[in-house]
Design a protein around this ligand. Structure first.
Ligand code: SAH
Ligand code: F3S
Length: 487
């Protein structure tokens, strides 16, 4: 890349979803009235936070802030936090402790906490952490410039965690950065959650459901396609209930149909779904829409009807089974994944065995499994946490062991097949031996990582990135496949 005069070039923070051999260059306009400043953001938790972090960068651009992956260089450090489980919160607290000494070196440094812990703790966090300057909830990302002004004024330390009323909530149009050079991107289609699963803190930290308009979503995806993005993942806590807050003017499956028509877009994924709102209309989109990739994350949480009721999930295992059967009928090769909680208050050994039985029956391609942890303010946190920690640990181990075996068996079924792969770029590991080859990575429609080798050189990298190619699979490892480009 050539450096044109009058522009600033810096390294972008390392994004684990992007595999680049060299740091990506980002340019910042030097004709800004503001002095150049650096912002360092550490993102914890779900994809929603990854998306919000990009919006933080977008909100700060007019103030001439440039992202940096070096906290020591930053004028503003933000932790974009997750509070869905206790561990995530502890991680954030220890990270804050590690960053504290930087405040002593740099008087100008503003240290802030954003995201779900911020929303949940608000003022309390300012009291708990004396060197913290700013706390703001997910609804206030757009106002960050104003909040910074307040911090730098006489007001000093600021906490802003009020929720906007549903009717007043406005999404701003996300502007992709051409320089980010991503093949796959997230697009938030709604915020908040109107379900009240008894274990979950999300409704408290993200507020009520608000759906982005279809027009804005389509425009956002079009903007992304224009800068080279080929795949989008539509994000929401429960995307299946998209449009409910607007009296279902547009259903989720209709939104998928609208996005499917965008020229140049190759693949669409979405997350997360709730089994209760997973309609026939949505399932029927599989196998019908060109872009809709055959992968479905459908959290079940438990295999026991009694536990599901205590979790207030509003479905039975029979209903869930029916959804899975219909999905597989529509798309026989669809990959399924789920979330499992072990050790929910009152979960007996027999009820836990029902979860194990469900895993054997459904045979997911992958799962995310968690030990139950009580979250402040939730209904379940008032129940007695009956399952002793060692039992929770053992149950989690059992679940993971069983799933590892199933995943391995599923991965084996890919060998010998020729699959469509969307190339994301060179993978991290570079072959430095005699062969002078690059290892490239991409994903199948079922969201499995595929590695393959090509001769080293810009030609291959530039030509293949973002392309759909055919790869014949020679070998399946635990979490990725290896193969060769076919013609
Ligand atoms: N609908 C959301 C769910 C967010 S939480 C989404 O977009 O993914 C993600 C997962 O974390 C849940 O499905 C659940 O399995 C797990 N989880 C949530 N609260 C939990 C708690 N208190 N203890 C353990 N796991 C929890
Ligand atoms: Fe949480 Fe249940 Fe909503 S898991 S995000 S309350 S669907």
């Amino acid at each position: 890349m050539t450096l044109s005069p009058g522009r600033w070039y810096v390294t972008r923070p390392t994004d684990p979803r992007v595999y680049t051999l060299e740091p990506t260059l980002v340019s910042v306009r030097s004709d800004s009235p503001h002095p150049p400043r650096y912002v360092h953001v550490q993102t914890f938790g779900c994809q929603m936070n990854v998306y919000d972090t990009d919006r933080i960068f977008q909100a700060l651009e007019p103030l001439n802030y440039t992202p940096t992956d070096d906290p020591a260089r930053a004028n503003l450090i933000l932790l974009n936090t997750c509070s869905v489980r206790d561990k995530a919160e502890q991680k954030m607290m220890s990270q804050l402790g590690r960053l504290a000494p930087l405040k002593e070196y740099n008087d100008d440094l503003v240290l802030g906490v954003a995201g779900c812990v911020a929303q949940q703790e608000g003022e309390r966090l300012l009291k708990k952490v004396p060197y913290l300057d700013l706390v703001f909830g997910p609804d206030h990302v757009q106002e960050l410039p104003k909040l910074l002004e307040r911090v730098r004024s006489d007001e000093g330390r600021v906490s802003e965690t009020t929720f906007f009323k549903r009717k007043n909530y406005e999404f701003i149009e996300a502007k992709p950065r051409e320089s980010a050079e991503k093949v796959s991107e997230f697009v938030t289609i709604m915020k908040g959650c109107d379900k009240v699963c008894t274990f979950c803190i999300v409704p408290f930290t993200r507020g009520r459901e608000v759906s982005k308009s279809r027009e804005l979503i389509v425009k956002e995806v079009e903007n992304l396609v224009e800068v080279g993005v080929k795949e989008v993942t539509l994000l929401g806590q429960n995307v299946n209930s998209y449009g409910k807050d607007k009296d279902r003017e547009v259903h989720f499956d209709e939104l998928l149909r609208a996005v499917d028509e965008i020229e140049g877009l190759e693949r669409v994924r979405f997350t997360t779904s709730h089994p209760m709102d997973c309609t026939d209309g949505l399932i029927d989109c599989f196998g019908e829409l060109r872009t809709l990739a055959e992968y479905f994350h459908l959290p079940v949480q438990s295999g026991s009807d009694r536990v599901l009721e205590a979790m207030r999930r509003h479905y039975t295992i029979d209903h869930y089974r029916d959804r899975v059967a219909r999905l597989r009928e529509r798309a026989p090769d669809i990959a399924l994944s789920t979330d499992i909680i072990v050790g929910f208050p009152g979960e007996t050994e027999e009820e836990f065995e029902e979860t194990m039985a469900l895993l054997r029956e459904v045979r997911y391609d992958s799962i995310f499994a968690f030990k139950y942890s009580p979250r402040p303010g939730t209904k379940a946190s008032e129940m007695e946490d009956t399952v002793p920690e060692p039992d929770k640990t053992r149950r989690l181990d059992q679940v993971l062991k069983l799933q590892n075996q199933i995943t391995a068996e599923k991965m084996q079924t890919y060998t010998g097949k020729t699959l469509e792969v969307l190339v994301e770029g060179p993978s991290r590991s570079v072959d430095k031996g005699q062969s002078h080859e690059w290892q490239m990575m991409g994903r199948t429609r079922t969201n499995v990582i595929v590695n393959f080798r090509v001769p080293m050189g810009d030609f291959w990298n530039n030509r293949l990135k973002g392309e759909l190619i055919k790869v014949r699979i020679d070998e399946a490892k635990a979490h990725s496949l290896y193969g060769q480009v076919v013609a």
